[in-house]
Design a protein around this ligand. Structure first.
Ligand code: DGJ
Length: 756
């Protein structure tokens, strides 16, 4: 059992949640559920060390515990703090009751422990395949005045340092309705504030830049109020303890399995304790909980690593790769793709597509994806979203004829869709103008000339299920790219009464999850890739339905090094779609050598996004050889352990992020090591190649120290120092692999290591 209970048969049990290397303690004091800390594993816990900031001025005491020298909710560490009753820090719970008040009093009531992990109805979540993988503790809290109950769930993984939390709020039958406002997934209090906080923030085409800064009194937060997880901030936060870096030290990770408006925040209070809260953003959330109903929050996945950020990342990778992603494609190598978007944009016809398909087949590519522009009158992005039948001018034989023509060339066929959107200029909008999110009497705001369908409505979701079931069933498709190209405004639903409008953003996400769940279950053989203008909805919620995501609309290789390495802080390579595109790059204008573009795209689920028919013969031949090389590497990349050897960021507070080696911004390096450590792929890239630079050793990671590895260049240019080389695992990790910067003009070095 990963969960030990002390004082089990009393009204103040103590819970010790043991992961392999950590212990998370929950105890009860004066009837309230308190947090005892999350530290290196210990079997004994006396309570001696709990944070007792007593008799702090202006920190009140709850009735019945009025001795200010003993107890205040304002200073004790708690599991699920509530507003209005003397804890002035960020609440996990706040609701407006029938009398208009918002004070609750959540007191400990009972607990239960089960083996395994129950699923969350209607929400994506991590799962177990065998109940021996985890144990789950649920703790019930109750408000004596209103009878409202809060159930806290803790799933403790037996083989990984991971705890998953979510909360269920139940309004009992016969009570008055309650308006929920703060219904956080979890709260985690820390007894001190000597941490740096890492968040991932950015924009379209520059998603997930890591920012690291010290905590200070007040609140540091990232959030979305854009309706989806977004490019701008990410539903993830990490606390780095003193001395933590890429390869060492204690790091706490918090990753929210949710695709809508979220908040992740760290508050440092008057006693320099730190409170992390994560969940649905209360700013855009108000949920009417009727008597007899319950509300389930999204899940928060928490990792405690003693091996720095790298250890934290690998814990998330293992969990998300095999216990969040689902379906037939979860453990399969993915096909090499060609996508016609950057090759043709909207300007294509059947002949052009088939010429591209012929060149792709020649290059060894396995799947042809038809992107935006195949339906309705879609010759630009001003029209036709919602009219999902083939454009007769571009595809006179319809989708099926094109798909069959692709298949007859020995490739599979994939299709782009954007189900959640509607153009004002479309048959669908003309037939159902009230099906989009809008405020009655106001003209809705457009984004990319499109409106968002109201997925909070069951009839709209049912309609989309039937339209896309028909599209996917009537065409022989093997892959779907599911796009989403604007954020939510005018977030109101024609189907909800005024007192429930605040539910629209979350109901939209629940509708989206039902839509994705139904379609992905109905078409289990289809490889679904999510996209939102690139990585604008790259979150664990979506990964539960679709095992890979288009990482960014920015396909420029040096930019992608940043984006992909930062994405790898939480997500495994198996979830990252990465393509080689044309030069000069369409987003940055930069011209990167083909080998660099290959080395970077080969770090994920590989494909192409360029017009192969316009390339010279020698480049086509090289692409053919690169495709073949990727096929030999793809199992290792998809399933191996990632080690970031050098990261390029050079941002405030981040210079020592990766152990002091990094931050110069001129280069980056990473490795994938197979689980049995028999082989590894080492990639180094130069982002700012300089003239006449010196070489230096790079210390590798993750190898078997006792083994010898044969060095097999995938690409080392004409550098011969790696030929016929066998080096020790310990030697490579401690002394390092010498890299001659003289080859920097080639801008990358890709080596495979195989146990000798
Ligand atoms: C945004 C996506 O990220 C692109 O790859 C492409 O599919 C376009 N949308 C099509 O409109």
């Amino acid at each position: 059992m990963a969960i030990a209970v002390h004082n089990e048969h009393t009204d103040a049990p103590v819970f010790l949640l043991h992961t392999p290397h950590s212990t998370y303690v929950i105890y009860i004091e004066n009837g309230y559920l308190c947090h005892g800390g999350w530290f290196d594993r210990t079997e004994h816990w006396s309570g001696h060390c709990v944070c007792r900031h007593t008799d702090i001025g202006f920190s009140p005491n709850p009735p019945g515990h009025g001795d200010r020298r003993v107890f205040s909710l304002d200073t004790v560490m708690q599991e699920y703090p509530f507003a209005g009753r003397s804890d002035f820090r960020t609440p996990a719970f706040k609701a407006f009751f029938a009398d208009g008040s918002h004070s609750a009093d959540l007191c400990y009531k009972s607990f239960a422990i089960i083996k395994g992990k129950p699923q969350l109805t209607g929400l994506p979540a991590v799962y177990t395949e065998d109940e021996s993988e985890a144990d789950t503790l649920t703790i019930a809290l109750a408000d004596p005045l209103t009878g409202l109950t809060v159930g806290l769930s803790y799933t403790v993984f037996c083989a990984q340092d991971i705890i998953c939390r979510h909360t269920i709020i139940i309004n009992p039958a016969g009570a008055e309705p309650v308006m929920l406002n703060h219904a956080m997934s979890a709260c985690i209090d820390f007894p001190d504030s000597s941490y740096r906080v890492l968040t991932l923030s950015g924009a379209h085409c520059r998603e997930r830049v890591p920012f690291i800064r010290p905590l200070a009194p007040g609140v540091q937060q990232v959030f979305s109020r854009r309706g989806v997880s977004s490019h701008q901030h990410h539903p993830f936060m990490a606390l780095l303890a003193e001395g933590a870096a890429e390869t060492q030290g204690v790091v706490y990770g918090f990753s929210l399995v949710y695709s809508g408006n979220f908040i992740m925040q760290a508050e440092v209070d008057q006693c320099f304790t730190t409170r992390v809260t994560a969940g649905i953003n209360p700013e855009t959330f108000c949920w009417k909980l009727e008597p007899g109903n319950s509300f389930i929050t999204p899940e928060l996945v928490m990792v405690r690593s003693t091996e720095g950020l790298g250890g934290m990342s690998r814990a998330y990778h293992d969990l998300y790769r095999s216990r969040l992603c689902r379906g037939e494609w979860r453990d399969k190598d993915r096909p090499v793709i060609i996508n016609n978007w950057e090759a043709t944009y909207f300007a294509f016809n059947t002949e052009k597509l088939l010429t591209l398909a012929d060149a792709a087949k020649q290059a060894g590519i396995e799947l042809f994806v038809l992107d935006d522009g195949w339906f309705g009158e879609r010759d630009d992005d001003f029209r036709s979203l919602g009219d999902w039948s083939a454009n007769a001018k571009k595809l006179p034989g319809g989708l099926s004829a094109l798909a069959q023509a692709i298949q007859s060339r020995g490739m599979s066929f994939g299709l782009w869709v954007e189900p959640e959107m509607v153009s004002e200029n479309s048959e669908l909008f003309r037939a159902h103008p009230d099906w989009c999110l809008h405020v009655s009497g106001r003209t809705p705001v457009t984004g990319r000339s499109q409106l968002v369908l109201d997925l909070s409505r069951d009839d709209v979701v049912d309609y989309l299920i039937s339209v896309f079931s028909e599209t996917f069933a009537s065409t022989p498709i093997s892959y779907v790219k599911w796009d989403f190209n604007r954020h939510l405004t005018d977030v109101a639903s024609a189907a909800l009464p005024p007192d429930r409008q605040g539910e629209t953003p979350h109901r939209f996400i629940l509708g989206l999850y039902r839509l994705m769940d139904t379609l992905t279950r109905r078409f289990p053989h289809v490889l679904f890739e999510s996209c939102s203008g690139g990585g604008g909805r790259y979150d664990p919620g979506i990964l539960y339905y679709m095992p890979q995501t288009w990482t960014s609309d920015n396909t420029d290789a040096p930019s992608r090094v940043w984006i992909q390495l930062a994405t790898s802080i939480v997500y495994p390579a198996s979830t990252m779609a990465c393509h080689v595109s044309a030069v000069p790059n369409h987003q940055t204008g930069r011209t990167a050598p083909l080998m660099l573009r290959f080395a970077v795209a080969a770090a994920g689920m590989f494909g192409y996004e360029l017009d192969l028919t316009k390339l010279p013969q020698d480049e086509c031949a090289e692409i053919q050889s690169l495709t073949a090389r990727y096929k030999e590497l793809r199992t290792l990349v998809r399933s191996g352990d990632l080690y970031r050897i050098q990261t390029p960021w050079h941002i405030s507070g981040a210079a020592d992020y990766a152990g002091g080696l990094f931050g110069s911004g001129d280069s980056a390096a990473w490795m994938y090591v197979s689980k049995d450590k028999s082989e590894a792929l080492v990639t180094l890239v130069w982002l700012m190649p300089g003239a006449n630079p010196a070489g230096r050793p790079f210390r590798l990671q993750g190898l078997d120290p006792a083994a010898c590895y044969r060095v097999m260049p995938v690409w080392a240019g004409d550098d011969t120092i790696y030929d016929n080389l066998t080096l020790g695992g310990a030697e490579l990790m401690h002394a390092g692999l010498f890299v001659t910067y003289q080859i920097s003009y080639r801008q990358c070095l890709v080596l495979k290591l195989v146990k000798a």
